[in-house]
Design a binder for this molecule. Structure first.
Ligand code: ADP
Ligand code: GN1
Ligand code: MG
Length: 375
């Protein structure tokens, strides 16, 4: 996938059912996967409307039409539930703008897949927690998301990225990347490689429980970082869960854990100064409370007890993925400077290390809120 060309963008914009005349487009957000633009349209002289336009990452999502089928299914299901609960379906779930050919996506003359959403106004995505209460509200919203989808017909969901949170399989991919060492970078990151190799038990943990049928699969989001949720500027509630590309059957612990690794860190995901990076127990506690409340009694006692493990596994897995990508030449996650993936992997490993030191506290916090699930 090359750079997006100006005439390509024009062709795409021409082919969606947007209202008005487009007068401005800007690259938008800090996602690592898709190319995202914010479009502004003039409707007559006075009114404006904004949209999100995304080129889907075709080297990661090999079947983009299936991704869109999932998104259409999930968002129309959520829409009904939101209306039933007296909410605003225009703001509380993603709204897909159809292409002029009536499909949920448009394939341009280069063969690239594009989709568009209504832009959610008066709300913000954060790359780091600014107000602790926002993190609590994001937890309630991600928990709610899981609760609302608890009865979604799982058989309708395509597995958009096979083995997405199969940490065991990712460990094997990592070992292979070290062995092949295509960019000759392995010798310079020996410490990081050893950190991963010393924790095969972490990589195996959930896979072993799944093999023994000991943990339930649920419809989960699988990419629950703070910048995948919109926080309402006024009410400060988590108004809408976005980035639905990886909604698939998964583990509740992983949705919890992925939020912790990103939002409970005292530093940015790519912070080069590791002295700034810690897993904040106050934020961990706020998220634990919010998530258990949001899931509304759906989590089992065992799932709750495994939440700290979810945090550790997701942080470890993400660090391992960043390091794998660094070894393979930065082909998966978008980078904006050399070594960004290396910095990203180091923050994740620092967090894993810190969680190991704070393990008892994490378990005690989770225990404290366990009762919230059985009211
Ligand atoms: P990626 O998979 O690359 O992370 P996302 O779907 O998360 O792509 O979108 C990237 C960013 O674009 C989000 O973090 C958010 O800031 C912004 N964004 C996405 N969808 C919307 C929307 N409907 N309204 C407003 N902003 C959005
Ligand atoms: C990617 O798409 P985005 O930027 O929200 C990635 C996640 C990682 C995350 C790390 C489809 O999320 O799995 O945890 O980066 N998404 C995909 O920040 O691989
Ligand atoms: Mg995203």
């Amino acid at each position: 996938m090359g750079a997006v060309l100006e005439e390509q963008k024009r062709e795409v914009i021409e082919n969606f059912c947007f209202e008005g005349v487009c007068h401005n487009d800007v690259l938008w957000g800090n996602g690592h996967i898709n190319d995202t633009y914010r479009l502004t349209f003039d409707i007559g002289d006075k009114e404006q409307k904004r949209y999100i336009l995304q080129r889907m990452n075709r080297s990661i999502f090999l079947k983009p039409a299936e991704v869109m089928e999932n998104i259409m299914g999930v968002t129309s299901y959520l829409r009904k539930k939101i209306i039933e609960n007296g909410g605003d379906p225009e703001r509380e779930t993603l709204n897909v703008i159809p292409a002029k050919n009536k499909k949920a996506y448009y394939v341009d003359s280069q063969g690239e897949y594009w989709r568009a959403y209504t832009f959610i106004e008066h709300a913000t995505c954060f790359d780091q927690v600014e107000k602790p209460k926002d993190f609590y509200e994001s937890a309630v919203a991600f928990g709610n998301f899981q609760r609302l989808l608890a009865d979604y017909p799982v058989e309708k969901l395509h597995e958009t990225i096979p083995g997405f949170h199969d940490t065991k399989a990712r460990f094997e991919v990592f070992k292979k990347a070290v062995e092949v060492d295509v960019c000759k970078r392995a010798s310079s990151v020996k410490q990081e490689i050893d950190f991963v190799l010393a924790r095969e038990d972490v990589a195996d943990y959930f896979g072993d429980l799944i093999a023994k049928n000991e943990v339930p699969f649920r419809v989960t989001h699988n990419d629950t970082k703070l910048n995948n949720i919109m926080i309402d500027n006024e009410t400060r509630k988590g108004i809408c869960v976005i980035d639905l590309d990886t909604v698939m059957p998964g583990l509740a612990m992983n949705d919890f854990g992925d939020s912790i690794r990103f939002g409970a860190s005292t530093g940015l995901e790519d912070e080069p100064d590791l002295d700034k990076v810690w897993c904040d127990m106050n934020l961990f506690e706020l998220y634990t409370k919010g998530f258990i409340e949001g899931c509304g009694g759906k989590l089992t006692k065992q799932e709750i007890a495994l939440l700290p493990m979810g945090a550790k596994v997701m942080t470890f897995e993400c660090g391992m993925r960043f390091l794998t990508d660094y070894l393979q030449g930065d082909t998966y996650f978008k980078i904006h400077r050399p070594q960004q993936n290396l910095d990203r992997c180091r923050t994740q490993f620092k967090l894993v290390w810190d969680m190991e030191a704070k393990w008892k506290t994490m378990q005690e916090i989770v225990k404290k809120y366990q009762g919230l699930s059985f009211r």
